[in-house]
Design a protein around this ligand. Sequence first.
Ligand code: KG4
Ligand code: ZN
Length: 340
Amino acid sequence: MSWLVLGFESSCDETGVALVQTQEGGAPPRLLGQALHSQVAMHADYGGVVPELASRDHIRRVLPLTHEVLAQSGRALTEVDVVAFTRGPGLAGALLVGAGVACALAAALDRPVLGVHHLEGHLLSPFLSADPPEFPFVALLVSGGHTQLMRVDGVGYYELLGETIDDAAGEAFDKSAKLLGLGYPGGPALARLADFGDATAYALPRPLLHSGDLNFSFAGLKTAVLTQARKLEGLPCEQPRADLAASTQAAIVEVLVKKSLKALAATGLRRLVVAGGVGANQQLRADLNRACARQGVRVHYPELALCTDNGAMIALAAAMRLQAGAGQASRDYAFDVRPR
Ligand code: KG4
Ligand code: ZN
């Protein structure tokens, strides 16, 4: 039997809706349609996400996007078997939009709902790629709010191996970008500027690189970037800024690559899955691919468009949970969200 799962993502500044179908024989669910609206342009003037504006925009977008997804997939709303939404973490008001709409639709259709952990969505997103991973694997989860290494033995079988003790990798990108006077979101902007810079120009710290555990720390890097950025203020030449961007990216990427290799060595696993917004970073991908090829490790990424937040990963995670018997959808429509 196969199910149609409609999923909603609204934890931050992207409204995502998608429809997936579970497959017979243990194959990963298939994506039938997805639609996404990014609020990046709306928040850019403020230099970051304004929660109230985010919630209002999710409300404006979510139903038109749902219609778009159904039209794309050639399916009717009444054919949906389960409705899924991001329960958290994220902005409370933003999460409530997706949860509220999902539960209202499910109640109207008399279908069960399933709340999904946002990070589980990221973690499983490579299963929608043309080259899906197999369990078990090590996962490097690098988003704006999280940096974690995990051992993943199956859907719902996640063991935390290490995580950041302060800022997330995406946060390090974003905060450094801000110090360099780059816009929001900072990660992609810093990566673009880094293309023109010399990554060896500045010796920036690689915190916890030799700590012996699998934890990360990026707060000290931000302080070091601040010190260097201050010296560049008022300089007429762009090159030092590009050099600082490239050096910052190199510091973050080196730590992520080395710690991932350590996690692979510690677990004895030979598969690595990279997920979350920072997984879109081309330098990270190039360095990880090279390092892992040397060790005979296969690396899996989500498709580029599915690295950052989207509805497909939420519908997928719900479908995989149901398939694995690891999650129970319910007709309890008294929904809640878990911002933290
Ligand atoms: O996973 P995501 O969309 O949202 C969270 O759940 O946090 O990740 C967003 C983060 C932001 O910090 C953004 O700057 C970063 O991912 N990011 C990048 C790139 N694309 C997105 N960082 C570095 N290079 C990129 N190309
Ligand atoms: Zn995310």
